[in-house]
Design a binder for this molecule. Sequence first.
Ligand code: NAD
Length: 315
Amino acid sequence: MKILVTGGAGFIGSNLVDALILEGHHVRVIDSLFTGKLSNLDDARKQGLGRFEFYNLDITEDEVVDIIKDFQPEIIYHLAAQADVRVSVNDPLYDAKVNVLGSLNILKGAAEAKAKRIIYAASGGTIYGDVDASMLPVNESNPKLPVSPYGISKGVVLDYLRSFYLTYGIEYVALALANVYGPRQDPHGEAGVIAIFADQVLNSKQSVIYGDGEQTRDFVFVDDVIDAFVKAQDKGGNLLINIGTSVETSVNRLYKVMCEAANKKVNLVYKGARAGELLASSLDNTRALIQLSWRPWTSIDEGIAKTLEFMSKSK
Ligand SMILES: NC(=O)c1ccc[n+]([C@@H]2O[C@H](COP(=O)([O-])OP(=O)(O)OC[C@H]3O[C@@H](n4cnc5c(N)ncnc54)[C@H](O)[C@@H]3O)[C@@H](O)[C@H]2O)c1
């Protein structure tokens, strides 16, 4: 099958491209290399000889529409995004340009190419906003009250997906991802804390926890997330689906697991909590189980061990 992946040189995108190439698909990647790296696609280049193409291109460029139309993909995975909450706060215009206008360009291309389905990387960590602890793990029918410009720009695309489905019949699946971590992750993404701690723990540097460390996140391993993306090719049509573990892990526990896995001593200071940081977050994954037959299988201990192994090898 012909499959387009935007953001395919990034952390999640490149892991997805590897899986698609392995399954025998013909994959075209569009990525501006803003945060992505060509080296993330080394395996895809080797394994996908004749079935892998890379376009170094910004999704906001007009040319993108023709490139999609020319390729006629059956499935489009849309992962290219400005994915840093802090950047969105400092420059909401730039964030909206990439995440809203860029996404519209991809949708326009999808309509012209008569693509069957678009699978979108939505943000489960920001779309629901600051959810009361009694509502956790949060499910998809919770009100969408994003706080950051990033949460808003990623969330708005859900309405466009629905609109393009109603107008052009392009099916969609919006996967609301929790805090994804694993090999190739860099420190700037939504689960950046794991990449930051990994570097500090492996190199015996001091780590800083802001607040008391009891703030929680839903950390989901990248291999499990890729499995959900693959399952969404023919399941879960026209739905928003949470992809998380339903489990809250505190930053203190995360740090402890990392020190144990790396066999290093705790080397930590606490500083004042950062303004605007969510206190707790986790996503109810019941819909994913029902609609995609998906559930995560990697424990935090196993995922952290794999991440540290990758990071220590790629130093
Ligand atoms: N990592 C997470 O925990 C997480 C959680 C929820 C949602 N997401 C979403 O998943 C997707 C992938 O995130 P990631 O963590 O792999 O981040 P990433 O930064 O590694 O990947 C984003 C990719 O998009 C590319 N890109 C950025 N701006 C572009 C532009 N204007 N034109 C073309 N390409 C552009 C980057 O070069 C990069 O390769 C994003 O849409 C993000 O919003 C990630």
